[in-house]
Design a protein around this ligand. Structure first.
Ligand code: NDP
Length: 491
């Protein structure tokens, strides 16, 4: 086994203060395929101190926006030049099929280019005020930003955070998920020669309960940006309160995919499959609750189940594979546990529901695409985020019931509706309490458009201009156009 991969702190690769390492397991085989150093709270402190110095001394925030943009564009070029390697690395670490990692890398490249472009665009305003005063605003970087991401889109989630933060002139301490640091380590290797001042971008590896929690509570961190589960998000929020950090939280979901009887059935089935089974169902915005109008329910479900059973499940690096393994054995057991709960709650298992055990797949964490019918709104499998290839189907009679069921969740991340009635589509979407929605589609995500949730699915928005503004403070400046005494006090 080669040497353990290191962290990047204050412009140098380091094993940090401890001696611990972590073995990474290929989810398709169960075999160890890489080892990384395991960071700790002291390493977070070192990285935050470096980021603090780099921010306060100003080498990055005082760099002209165009020069900052140039570095981000060079990084985009470097990622693009290594796209195949990065895709294979991500597949070996996360398990997702190569066609998905290829998409993730391409989107990451575009994300750096988008924010490089935005770095030089106007962000302030001027105001006509009732006085001889020119009022205006400028946007400034927030400072040291802690960034924490999950394992489902390791590279893409990292880039959604790094690109706007660096474009806006912040310094960062980044923590990947402990299970999936490899593509982000490679990103930092590609960033290193591009001339970023030391301390501007730091990478600390390690567990959430040590590294993540220290970053969230650290008094010298000005902002924490977190993507992950809702319960962890609440812990991050509590920790961030200590020094009133700015926060962005992108959390979980249990999003509805809603099909009315007038939708084209084959089209809606196709999107419904994509909504839940893309990325092995490990997607925060997955269409994991399928609501189908009663009049077409049985026909729709029959076709959906027929196609779900034909999804090609296998190692992500094999040609033709459409769904890979789940991320870890522990997560697979959690998903299988929910499937047992569904059976005990009285839902009907229409397909899937088990770990795949053919000789090729037995060593990995493969779960068959699973569909439950006969579900009711009170069931745990309907209310809780499973974060795997498990779809629950509920019937509805009319538009009013559809919207009531769709909004019956603590989450409000995403949702899609399928209908050929344009007015109904928009009426429905306007009543849906969710931040990301689609009409006659599900899932497409764009760097240009904001991403985030209502209710317990988060706070704030990433991507688009909103994602850039989330890494800035707004400063009001007032310029006296007629300088002289104010004259408020007579003597
Ligand atoms: P977790 O919340 O368990 O972990 C997310 C990240 O937080 C990981 O890096 C983890 O570290 C870290 N972490 C864990 N505990 C703490 C803590 N106490 N303080 C600070 N950081 C901590 O989520 P999962 O990794 O299981 O990811 C799945 C979740 O992410 C789902 O709920 C999904 O919906 C959500 N998600 C949301 C997205 C969105 O845009 N809204 C996008 C993608 C996912 P480590 O794992 O290394 O221990």
């Amino acid at each position: 086994m080669s040497e353990a991969k290191k962290m990047f702190i204050d412009g140098a690769w380091t094993t940090g203060t401890g001696t611990a390492t972590r073995d990474l397991v290929d989810p398709a085989t169960g075999f160890v395929n890489a080892t990384v150093v395991e960071g700790n709270a002291a390493d977070v402190d070192a990285a935050v101190a470096a980021a603090r110095r780099a921010f306060d001394a100003g080498p990055w925030r005082d760099t002209p926006a165009l020069a900052r943009a140039r570095i981000l564009l060079k990084l985009a070029d470097a990622l693009e030049a290594h796209a195949e390697e990065l895709g294979a690395l991500e597949t070996s670490n996360n398990g997702k099929p190569l066609r998905e990692t290829a998409y993730d890398v391409s989107d990451a490249v575009n994300c750096f280019r988008y924010y490089a472009g935005l770095a030089t665009k106007p962000t302030g305003q001027t105001y006509d005020v009732p006085d001889a005063m020119q009022a205006m605003t400028v946007r400034e970087p927030i400072g040291v930003c802690g960034q924490i991401v999950p394992w489902n889109y390791p590279l893409l989630m990292a880039v959604w955070k790094l690109a706007p933060a660096l474009a806006a002139g912040n310094t960062v301490v980044f923590k990947p998920a402990e299970a999936t640091p490899l593509s982000v380590i490679r990103l930092f290797e590609l960033l290193e020669p591009l001339g970023l001042p030391a301390g501007v971008a730091n990478l600390v590896l390690g567990a959430g309960e040590t590294v993540g929690s220290r970053l969230s509570e650290h008094p010298d961190v000005d902002k924490i940006a977190f993507t992950g589960g809702t319960d962890t998000g609440k812990a991050v929020m509590r920790a961030a309160a200590g020094n009133m950090k700015k926060i962005s939280l992108e959390l979980g979901g249990k999003s509805p995919c809603v099909v009315f009887e007038d939708a084209d059935l084959e089209t809606a089935v196709d999107w419904a499959l994509f909504a839940i089974f893309a990325n092995q169902g490990q997607v925060c915005s997955a269409g994991s609750r399928l609501l189908v109008q009663s009049s077409i329910h049985d026909r729709f479900v029959a076709r959906l189940v027929e196609r779900a059973q034909k999804i090609v499940v296998g190692p992500g690096n094999r040609d033709g594979v459409e769904m890979g393994p789940l991320i870890t054995e522990e997560h697979m057991r959690r998903v299988l546990g929910y499937i047992e709960i569904g059976k005990q709650e009285g839902a009907t298992l229409a397909c899937g529901g088990l770990k795949l055990t053919s000789p090729e797949l037995a060593g990995g964490w493969f779960v068959a695409p699973t569909v439950f019918t006969g579900c009711t709104p009170d069931m745990r499998i309907v209310r809780e985020e499973i974060f795997g290839p498990v779809l629950v189907v509920l019937p509805f009679s009319d538009e009013a019931e559809a919207i009531q069921l769709a909004n019956d969740s603590i989450f409000g991340l995403a949702g899609g509706v399928f209908t050929n009635d344009g007015a109904r589509a928009l009426r429905f979407i306007r009543k849906l309490r969710a931040g990301i929605t689609w009409i006659n589609a599900y899932h497409p995500t764009y760097n240009e458009a904001p991403w985030g949730g209502y209710k317990q699915s988060g706070i704030g928005r990433e991507l688009g201009t909103y994602g850039f503004e989330a890494y800035t403070e707004v400063k009001q400046i007032n310029i006296n156009l007629a300088p002289g005494p104010v004259g408020w006090f007579a003597n």
